[in-house]
Design a protein around this ligand. Structure first.
Ligand code: RIB
Ligand code: CA
Length: 317
């Protein structure tokens, strides 16, 4: 029997976050210790409520810890409604959850759970890095006790998705990302380089197993997500990226992606490059490599497992 990998998920639920939560909770290889929430795809009330609702729909019990409402500098403002809807779940009617967040806040939970199991816990962050940055700043010894952080974020060798060069999770709190990328913690960066290769299709969304407890919410949310990513394309030709589930999958099975070690820095102030993950390809900055950057993904292998686990039909293309 293989020992499960203890993980904490940090989310801003969010349509693809909802799928990442389900993928992690139903994993045979991960032990989800807790879920922390952050602002991002909605305000913190919305992302926390959505997280609790999805956990409740999953039928699996896991504690949820409410986190940051704003980035380290400045204030949150809506940016993701076009892709995630005003309620963060594509306007799907989400039952009001009976579950409540824990009394403890997200950053303190991260400090406690990591210190309780030094060297064991993997963090999978699929949101702004604010909660982790606050934890790292509060406990200077924390970074050395984290097994690894798998970050859905950044765009190493491809363009961005909120600006020409910046990806949403880094752009949404570049100061927090800077803290994490400079902390010395072992990092795997699951950026747009690979997540844009892992897409779900109309046919898969339409074929979701109706007996799953989350099927109505997830199907409605994904129809919104497919429309948002493909405003011009007709039904049958639409595809949308599974950013956050891929990060969970990489935490579960690192062989899904090829990686290269690179020095990655975060642009915090640029007028048109704020939030960029800057890869020092020619060694101009003397920093040593700080991140395993995912370069390629075995998308069919990921998708077949994703579909099987969550109840979507899959046929190889
Ligand atoms: O850029 C993709 C990321 O931004 C995903 O985590 C998505 O949920 C949004 O937060
Ligand atoms: Ca997310």
């Amino acid at each position: 029997m293989i020992k499960p990998i203890p993980v904490v998920l940090d989310v801003d639920t969010g349509i693809d976050d909802a799928l990442a939560i389900l993928y992690a909770l139903y994993s045979p290889r991960l032990e989800v210790l807790g879920i922390t929430t952050c602002f991002g795809n909605g305000d913190i009330q919305t992302t926390t409520r959505n997280t609790l609702a999805i956990v409740e729909l999953s039928g699996i019990t896991v504690p949820v810890y409410k986190g940051a409402a704003d980035p380290l500098v400045g204030a949150w403002s809506p940016q993701a409604e076009a892709f995630h809807g005003r309620n963060g779940l594509g306007e799907a009617l989400v039952p009001e959850p009976r579950l409540r967040p824990q009394d403890q806040g997200a950053s303190q939970y991260l400090i406690d759970v990591i210190n309780a199991r030094p060297g064991e816990v993997t963090l999978v962050t699929v949101a702004r890095l604010t909660n982790l940055a606050i934890a790292l700043k509060s406990d200077p010894h924390l970074a050395s006790k984290i097994r690894q952080v798998v970050v859905m974020g950044g765009a190493a060798f491809v363009g961005g998705n909120v600006t020409p060069v910046s990806e949403a999770n880094i752009w949404g709190d570049p100061d927090a990302a800077w803290v994490v990328f400079h902390s010395g913690v072992p990092l795997t960066m699951v950026g747009l380089d690979v997540t844009m290769q892992a897409n779900i299709s109309d046919q898969q969304v339409r074929g979701l197993d109706a007996s799953r407890p989350y099927s109505t919410v997830v199907q409605t949310a994904l129809e919104f997500y497919l429309r948002a990513y493909n405003p011009e394309a007709p039904f049958g030709q639409r595809r949308a990226p599974l950013h956050d589930p891929l990060a969970v999958a990489v935490a579960e099975d690192a062989t899904l992606c090829t990686t290269e070690m690179w020095p990655v820095d975060i642009e915090r102030e640029g007028t048109i490059t704020r939030g960029m993950t800057v890869v020092d390809q020619r060694g101009w900055i003397t920093a040593s490599p700080n991140a395993a950057v995912c370069r390629t993904v075995d998308a069919p292998r990921f998708l077949s497992e994703f579909c099987l686990r969550l109840g979507f039909p899959f046929s190889p293309e």
